[in-house]
Design a protein around this ligand. Sequence first.
Ligand SMILES: NC(=O)c1ccc[n+]([C@@H]2O[C@H](COP(=O)([O-])OP(=O)(O)OC[C@H]3O[C@@H](n4cnc5c(N)ncnc54)[C@H](O)[C@@H]3O)[C@@H](O)[C@H]2O)c1
Length: 464
Amino acid sequence: MTKESRRAALKKLSLSTLGLPLASASLTDLGEITNTLRQQPIGNAGFDKPVTAITLGAGSRGNVYGGYAEKYPNDLDIVGVAEPNAIRNERYTQKHKIENSNRFKTWEDVFKKPKFADAVIITTPDNLHYGPCMKALQMGYDVLLEKPIAPTEKECRDILAMVQKTGRIVAVCHVLRYAPYFIKLREMIRSGAVGELISIQHFEPIQHVHMSHSFVRGNWHNSKETTPIILAKSCHDLDILRWLIDKPSKNISAIGDLKWFRKENAPAGSTERCTDGCAVEANCPYSALKIYHQHREYTYVFDFPEDKSKHGDFILEQLQKTNYGRCVYRMDNDQPDHYVTSIQFENNITASFSMEAFTSYHGRRTRVMGSMGDIVGDMEKFVFTDFATRKSTTWDVKVDDVKNYEASGHGGGDWALASDWVKAVKAQDPKLLSSTIEASIESHLMGFAAEESRLNKRVVDIRI
Ligand SMILES: NC(=O)c1ccc[n+]([C@@H]2O[C@H](COP(=O)([O-])OP(=O)(O)OC[C@H]3O[C@@H](n4cnc5c(N)ncnc54)[C@H](O)[C@@H]3O)[C@@H](O)[C@H]2O)c1
């Protein structure tokens, strides 16, 4: 990029100076460098009739996309559900007014009936993505597919081949690609603001209680029953690195293990469950009594009775019979709690990625290093420093012209993805999506290679 074109690109970017937010330039003024940044608020796509969909798995994520349908009923109508948990099945059915004949216990049953909707939303557990996705494509459904695509490389490649064969629309829920923060960060890099991209350092602080909830006690505590944490948690991050760098990855090396949440670290006096009279419960950061009962954190996993006055007792019951009440040092967990990777991309661009359980905070932190400038960001705002002028400028998601994003999780990405997906299905145009299978699969190949590297202690080539 020439000096003049770099200057012109910088002028076009809507940044605030020295951390003080200026009134944002209109997003449409950003010209060719904004072609990835959404210019419309999400939802209310203006269809003559909504896209119809069947949800497979009415758990937490099924309700995130169900929430989009509730908020934007002219965009998306949920007309069927498969869910073995009777309470969830009933509640989802009521919420979306689903006909009895379109309610099923398991995903297999949905496909015994002739096609009765435009699309399926696959929000089943990780090891139940492949079966329904392949079947849905064969029957002509479009698909919203939760990440990870599938637990093995072969299954991911099979799904890719089936998408190419059938030509159906499939969006992988790499929701960070739809978050305005990451869209803007990518735009900055592509504008040439930092000169030539040299390297990125990306960090995913899981937060220690979140780690204990999901990857020690919760659904993803066993990598063999679900997927290794580099896919289950961090395929978003490998995907974002690939997307920001915009070049194929070549090789990866990874180290890390499960260091802390192990039986040998169980404190003296601790018990199988926090409710068993554990001697150290009062001072334990992972006390289930404190997390779930006292602070009412992460309680979305419990299917509460309607009567709110019974919720306290209900939580205590759950802590006595589910994994959520078990001691974090006495679980059958195997997911690493620290994981460090180095990745080489084409054009000698390097990236390092760390996933860390032991932090007091959530989110993502990213540092971009270029020949003419750098960017330091925390998923809410980023600071760009121009080496030539020595000036620092800030972009802040809260002050930029982005509407409706706070309405959903993952920095607004959840519903922005749903919004783009319904538009892509309606128009039968995969170009309206940034997370097609083709675009998303590389992060999974990077994840499989990272696990191979970590377990075999060697650098592994990424075979695209
Ligand atoms: N995109 C993201 O950022 C993100 C975030 C969290 C989870 N996820 C992924 O979304 C998927 C769902 O996760 P979740 O947190 O909603 O889990 P969840 O356990 O809350 O929901 C999964 C649901 O699937 C149901 N189910 C199990 N077997 C089934 C079957 N045979 N047929 C139909 N339904 C069945 C379960 O009863 C459960 O209600 C997982 O693959 C997960 O990794 C993605």
